[in-house]
Structures are given as structure tokens and as C-alpha cells.
Design a protein around this ligand. Structure first.
Ligand code: MSP
Length: 471
């Protein structure tokens, strides 16, 4: 068992402020980080998120607003951080690729790979999608010659002198890494997908862009007419913080949470880059699906973007976390609709959790009996799905404990028990379960967990305000 754990989410482009789809990943990674800390009592947990501020997407967004790239990325990055903070994300560092330490470390990393003979100069002629910040082959375009992920953007046709990374050299290494699970890719379907992609063969990839075309970037250490390609630069963000904090050694479990569109970069390019520069490979890449809104892809051009702050204002932080963790795109794409959200809020939070808490607090207060807090033993089986990073399944387990508790209350009718001893027995059993539930939900709904613990982990239990007022 490794002593330390390093957890990351992807860093978001700063062409626009993040929406609820981006936020899903931060909540997912946060629930895992908190689980390791509060349930497994791990002391050495590092969690990073941040912003990816170089490349053409960011540069064009700044130009459109008539701002300097720096002013533009400063503004968006600040807003992104506010969006993430509203969700109570427990990151240790919000890293920006324009941070001084990252610029230095990314440049040194590039140099190492260059010194090891893995970077060479050549001409690139082909397509480039600025939305993906990625080179495309003809077969990856749709029938209108547009990128399938960004059909509203013009595809760029590049013909330029760049530096290439010898990606193809690492094919066998990557195949072995994934087949032997030295790099674990979850869920299983994504692992097979990455292996299938690898089977088609890798072509060397350009890892710089000429400065006269892309000004937003880190100058290549071997050629000051070139900037480091935005993906090569961005992936290194993990190493920047991990290596400086002592979390890039063999005694650290490194887990990356990423969306399905960027799985290849993390499972195929990133390990090859690390190998080339002489650093260790991460342990796990967890790949989640996409969140849609009312049946549509979330997109600026469709005008259906929802920011985390808007949802939080309406329902509160923990309700948003709960909904997304339980019904979000943990494996397959999922859909968020206002009706479903309300239904879940009223049914599982106002009613389910909120109602059980309110009932038991009232019963305990009225009984005038003291219920000492016993040593709480958590049931490990509840968290078993967390081995596969399945917060959704853990939450389902907790909610079935809650409905068992509700059933117990209904069947035993403590409000009608006259015998004090009997009442004490029934209520202490029920309070014991609730006190556990309060602890169980801490990784997912930290504030609510704290509120319930404060209310019940005392001899003086009192009825309080509803946790989730009905809407
Ligand atoms: N900047 C790159 C990542 C570099 S990581 C070294 C990037 N940025 S992004 O802003 O486009 O996306 C950030 C993350 O949000 C990605 O993991 C992406 O898959 C995820 N999501 C973007 N839209 C999403 C949904 N609608 N739903 C769920 N996740 C989504 O890619």
C-alpha cells in the first residue's frame, strides 16, 4: 500500500468560464480525495485542479474580447476558481499553466526529452482543430470537413516547421503498460478502447508551434522561434505540483480523473512523455462520460450553458454535489434536467435524508434521554465500490441504509413507546445508524455531514432547521 496519494482533475481551457459539465469532474475527484482523507484516514493526500491558459483557443478568445492574453486568462481563471470554490472542492493547489514554476518545469521537461533524443525537427502538413487543440487526420473529420467535437469551428490546414516527439517509439511500451495494468484505465470499456486505438499504430506528434502563429505558450528551450505545444505543456501541470511536493515518487499513488474526450492524451501521450523524460508513470486514469443538459450537448453556441454558481444559488452546494455524484456521467453520458433535479432534491434530500434527520432529532429531544456517542465502527462494505472510483454506488449504498432506518422508525413507532427503557433501546439503535450515515456522507456532502454530526454527536440532541427545505 502506497503511503501518499496524488489526485488530479484536468485543467480547464480559459477560452470561457467553466460550466456544470466541467465542474462534474472536480466534484468526482474531490469525493475521492475526501474519501481517502476522512474515511481511510490518509494524511498525505494532494489534490490539484486549475486552468490551461496557453494555445490558440485561449489566444483567440482574448483577441475577440480585445484583451491582452494575460488580462484575459487572469479574468477567466479567477472566475473558474470562484465556480469551483462554490462547490466546496478541497484542492490543495489551483495550478495555472502561466505560473512561473510551471513554465520553468515544463521547459526543463521538454529539454530532458530533447536531450534523450526523442524530439526532432520536421515539417507538419495537415489538419488542426483549435477547439480540441489537436491535430486531426482526414478520417477524423465529418462529412463537412469539420471536427466531430467542434462542428461549428473552421478546421485549420497547417503547413509549418515544428518539432516532433517520437511517439511511435513508445508503442510497445504503452501496450505492455496497459495490458499488464501497470497503468490502470477505468472503467474497463475505456481500457479496451485505448488498446484498440494503440493497435492502429501511433504517429509521431508535433510538440511545438511556430511563434508567428501561436504567441500564447512557453518558449521551447531549444528554439526561441517556437512555443511548446499546448497539450505537451498542459499535461506537465501534474508533474509541476506533484514533483515539488514530493508526490511524484514510487511511494505515491497517482490518480488522474479525465473526461472521455481527453483519455488518449492521458493514457497514451502522457506516459510516453514521462518515460521519455525519465519519470515515473501514473497509476490510474479514470475516464468519465459527458454531462448533457435537457437532452442537449452543453455548448456556448447552443446557448444552454449553466454555471455551477447558478445551480448552487438555487439548491445549495451539497444538493448539487449529491445530484451530480449520483446521477452524473460516471461511466456513460448522463442528462441533467431541471425536473429530474427537483424530483431528486425533494425525494431523496428533503424527504429521504432531511426528513429522517428531522424525525430523529425531534424524537431524541422529546424523549429527554441522553444518548452517549459510542465508538463509531464504519462498515467497509459500504465503500467497496470506491475501489473502482464509483461514488455513485457508494451513495446508493448509503441511501439504502437510510431507507432501512426509515423503515425501522416506521415499524417501531418510537413516538408511541411509553416504556423509557424500551424507547432508549430503539432510539439508540436508530441514532447509531444515523451517526454512521452522517460520517459516510462526508466525502460527498461535507457541509451536510458536519451539520448532522454537530447536531447528533452530543448528549443534548435538539431539533434543528430543515437541512433541505422542500421546493
Ligand atoms: N485543457 C484541456 C485539459 C488539459 S489536462 C492536462 C481540456 N480542457 S476543457 O476545458 O476542454 O475540459 C476540461 C475537462 O472537462 C475535461 O476532462 C473534459 O472532458 C471535461 N468536460 C468538458 N465538458 C464536459 C461535459 N459536458 N461533461 C463532463 N465533463 C466535461 O480538455
Amino acid at each position: 500500500m502506497k503511503k501518499k496519494i496524488f489526485i488530479t482533475s484536468a485543467i480547464d481551457y480559459t477560452n470561457d468560464v467553466i460550466h456544470i459539465g466541467h465542474a462534474y469532474e472536480k466534484i468526482l475527484a474531490d469525493s475521492y480525495a475526501r474519501y481517502e482523507k476522512v474515511i481511510n484516514n490518509k494524511k498525505d493526500v494532494l489534490y490539484t485542479t486549475g486552468t490551461d491558459e496557453h494555445g490558440t483557443t485561449n489566444q483567440k478568445a482574448a483577441e475577440e474580447k480585445g484583451l491582452s492574453p494575460k488580462d484575459h486568462v487572469d479574468e477567466i481563471s479567477k472566475k473558474d476558481k470562484e465556480e469551483i470554490d462554490t462547490l466546496n472542492i478541497s484542492y490543495d493547489r489551483f495550478i495555472r499553466t502561466t505560473d512561473e514554476d510551471h513554465i520553468k518545469i515544463a521547459s526543463d521537461f521538454f529539454q530532458k526529452s530533447f536531450d534523450n533524443g526523442d524530439i526532432y525537427k520536421d515539417n507538419y502538413k495537415g489538419f488542426y482543430c483549435e477547439g480540441c487543440e489537436s491535430y486531426k487526420t482526414f478520417s477524423e473529420l465529418d462529412e463537412n470537413k469539420k471536427c466531430k467535437n467542434h462542428p461549428t469551428r473552421e478546421i485549420q490546414e497547417l503547413d509549418e516547421e515544428n518539432y516532433f516527439f517520437k511517439w511511435s517509439k513508445y508503442e510497445d511500451f504503452l501496450k505492455d503498460l496497459i495490458e499488464t495494468n501497470k497503468l490502470i484505465i477505468k472503467p474497463e470499456g475505456k481500457r479496451s478502447e485505448m488498446l484498440a486505438f494503440l493497435k492502429e499504430g501511433l504517429r509521431d506528434i508535433t510538440v511545438t508551434r511556430p511563434k508567428y502563429k501561436v504567441s500564447c505558450g512557453i518558449t521551447a528551450p531549444n528554439d526561441d522561434e517556437q512555443v511548446i505545444y499546448v497539450w505537451f505543456d498542459a499535461l506537465i501541470n501534474y508533474f509541476t505540483e506533484g514533483s515539488q511536493k514530493g508526490y511524484w515518487d514510487e511511494d505515491t499513488k497517482i490518480v488522474h480523473f479525465v473526461g472521455k474526450d481527453i483519455a488518449r492524451w492521458h493514457t497514451l501521450l502522457w506516459p510516453a512523455m514521462l518515460r521519455s523524460a525519465g519519470y515515473r508513470i501514473p497509476d490510474v486514469v479514470y475516464v468519465h462520460g459527458f454531462l448533457n443538459l435537457e437532452g442537449e450537448k452543453i455548448s456556448k453556441s447552443l446557448g444552454n450553458v449553466i454555471r455551477p454558481t447558478e445551480l448552487v444559488e438555487q439548491y445549495g452546494t451539497d444538493a448539487v454535489r449529491y445530484y451530480l455524484l449520483k446521477f452524473g456521467p460516471i461511466v456513460e453520458d448522463s442528462d441533467l434536467s431541471a425536473d429530474h433535479f427537483k424530483e431528486v432534491y425533494n425525494g431523496e434530500l428533503a424527504n429521504g435524508l432531511g426528513n429522517t434527520v428531522a424525525r430523529l432529532a425531534k424524537l431524541a429531544e422529546k424523549s429527554e434521554i441522553e444518548f452517549p456517542v459510542k465508538d463509531i465502527k464504519l462498515d467497509e462494505a459500504v465503500f467497496k465500490p470506491m475501489e473502482d472510483y464509483r461514488s455513485d454506488k457508494v451513495i446508493q449504498n448509503i441511501w439504502s441504509i437510510l431507507s432501512g432506518l426509515d423503515k425501522h422508525i416506521n415499524e417501531n413507532e418510537p413516538w408511541g413507546i411509553k416504556d423509557k427503557k424500551e424507547l432508549e433501546e430503539v432510539l439508540s439503535e436508530e441514532l447509531g445508524v444515523l451517526r454512521k450515515v452522517a460520517k459516510y456522507i462526508e466525502p460527498f456532502m461535507p457541509e451536510t455531514s458536519k451539520k448532522i454530526q454537530k447536531q447528533f454527536d452530543t448528549l443534548d440532541i435538539k431539533a434543528g432547521k430543515p437541512l433541505f427545505p422542500r421546493i
